[in-house]
Design a protein. Structure first.
Length: 230
């Protein structure tokens, strides 16, 4: 029997590509997605993607989505309590695995493994250890399309916010920036790729700075001009 997998879904390229890879592996059955959403702003945590766009991604991936609401600000204790409650619900549903799009940060992997230890839910890391240069190019060649929604200007110049994740962008990244943004240099929103049944019609909107990060408010194209990044 295939193992039942829930995928940690950030709305970005790494989780989207993880879904694509898992669907090519016969031993796994991806049965849903889960995402943390900032309850105050109703957006994907850190990526600042609107819930509306998050729901469209799940729809076009053909998967149910469970949203885990977190407060703003959110302490580590609050976060862990909400995630622990989610794990308990998943145990009751007999979920076998949680999958994550982590690439090489060992402290994050160890944290996830620690929090799932003893739960009966196995952590999976399908992209782990792949060269991020190779991976980023494979994503683009494989048809993944995304916009950068968040940039850390301490690591990557602010004008990169809102740009398409494509070969031109990769060619122009500063040498110290990881091509997949694994060190938090940037976050993304995927609007097309082999994990979706069709592309999501989205337009980059207003660019704002909040909390030291630069965000681009992505909008369903019909709503262009109605930005309200908070």
């Amino acid at each position: 029997m295939k193992k039942k997998v829930l995928l940690s879904w950030s709305s970005g390229k790494d989780s989207a590509w993880t879904l694509h890879i898992l669907r090519q592996q016969n031993q796994f059955d991806v049965v849903g997605l889960f995402t943390t959403v900032n309850q105050r702003h109703d957006r994907v945590a850190m990526h600042a993607v609107r819930r509306e766009l998050l729901m469209l991604q799940a729809q076009h991936a053909g998967l149910p989505l469970e949203i885990i609401g977190i407060p703003d600000p959110c302490s580590n204790a609050d976060y862990e309590a909400r995630m622990a409650a989610f794990v308990t619900r998943c145990q009751q549903r007999e979920i076998d695995c949680f999958a994550f799009g982590d690439l090489y940060l060992t402290d994050i992997r160890e944290y996830r493994e620690q929090k799932l230890a003893g739960s009966g839910i196995e952590p999976l890391f399908p992209l782990w250890g792949i060269s991020t240069t190779t991976l980023s190019q494979a994503m683009i060649a494989g048809g993944l399309r995304a916009y950068l929604t968040c940039v850390d200007p301490r690591q990557l110049p602010a004008p990169f916010a809102g740009r398409a994740f494509d070969q031109t962008l990769l060619d122009q990244l500063p040498a110290a920036v990881d091509p997949c943004g694994e060190n938090g240099e940037f976050h993304s929103f995927v609007f097309a790729g082999p994990m979706f049944d069709r592309a999501i019609d989205v337009t980059p909107g207003e660019v704002v700075t909040r909390g030291g990060f630069v965000f681009t408010d992505l909008l369903p194209t019909a709503k262009k001009g109605n930005a309200d990044v908070t």
